[in-house]
Write a protein that binds this ligand. Sequence first.
Ligand SMILES: Cc1cc2nc3c(=O)[nH]c(=O)nc-3n(C[C@H](O)[C@H](O)[C@H](O)COP(=O)(O)OP(=O)(O)OC[C@H]3O[C@@H](n4cnc5c(N)ncnc54)[C@H](O)[C@@H]3O)c2cc1C
Length: 325
Amino acid sequence: MNIALIGAGLSALTFTRYLSSFTTLTLFEKSRGVGGRMATKRHGSFSFDHGAQYFTVKSAAFQDFIQLPDVKPHIKKWDIPIHKIAHDHKLQQIDEKRTLFVGSPAMTALPKALSYQLDIHKSVEIIKIKGQAHQWYLYDQLGSEYGPFDWVISTAPAPQSAKIIPDICSFYHDLQEVQMAGCFSLMLGFEKKLPLRFKAAFCEASPLGWIACNHLKPNIPNTTSLVFQSTKEWAEKNMEGDKETIQKKLLKEACEKSGLDLTDYTHSDIHRWRYASVIKAAQKDFLIDAKQGLAACGDWCIKGRIEAAFESGRKLALTLNKYSA
Ligand SMILES: Cc1cc2nc3c(=O)[nH]c(=O)nc-3n(C[C@H](O)[C@H](O)[C@H](O)COP(=O)(O)OP(=O)(O)OC[C@H]3O[C@@H](n4cnc5c(N)ncnc54)[C@H](O)[C@@H]3O)c2cc1C
């Protein structure tokens, strides 16, 4: 069986892990690197996980997965107190019972490890899928053709998958029903130490939803790297705004919430995530049209979480194994 995977985020990489070995796999990723929303930006000694900040582990399958010998070294527990900053800026520690995990030395470490030895075409954006059942061709942004493939699996966020999956596909309408929301991540780097009142905090009644001292994650060089993530509501209202204005607004809020003057940063950056979280999931573990040889998976099938991306990719692979047996 010859399979094309669109995207190289965690759901796609998990899929490759659980698929039977007698399958040929080709991945297409529009970015320069793998990991999708498990993302890290570096600038000198500053390091920012500007996508997912951490993850939790509930299912036995995910628990087993993170114990695998080639996975375990890339994951660490993130044991820090978590606070909540109230609307009046008062700080309260949250009774966090969950164990938080992070990629080590950065969130991209896990996807990078999983992508080892895979055939991945990077910086290739698939813009069209054409052909017929179990004989599909992919076309990229430069007009190059790839194929034919028996199966095409899209792991791009649902609104992006909906643009390329052929409308004859039985789950085409399920894709249209999924709703996702954006997020802005403001990154600030300082050469000095800052007298911050907290290490990581959720914010109430603010354009900011989350603030974290990224440099306090395990195995990260200790250069002050702060990440400020907007709420999805604020991101949706400001999605088309120019980045400079967004950056200024979030910086002002960051100063207010931290109670510090953060304007003398050494490095600053802003990232716009158009599809960060899941508002309305497909409510199926994955989507499949076995007659056509088309499928889709990703966190948006279940819930906007890393564990959901893992489960969706894993369950689709186990199902496809039955077709190739
Ligand atoms: C700001 C932010 C904060 C988050 N916080 C948390 C958190 O605290 N905890 C948690 O568990 N989760 C969090 N998440 C969600 C988590 O990152 C996702 O659930 C998970 O990474 C999704 O993996 P995925 O493989 O389903 O999708 P993605 O990681 O989005 O992978 C899809 C891939 O497809 C590629 N792609 C898209 N279209 C095309 C195309 N046409 N051609 C080729 N490639 C394409 C993309 O570049 C991407 O690499 C957060 C996400 C963001 C953005």
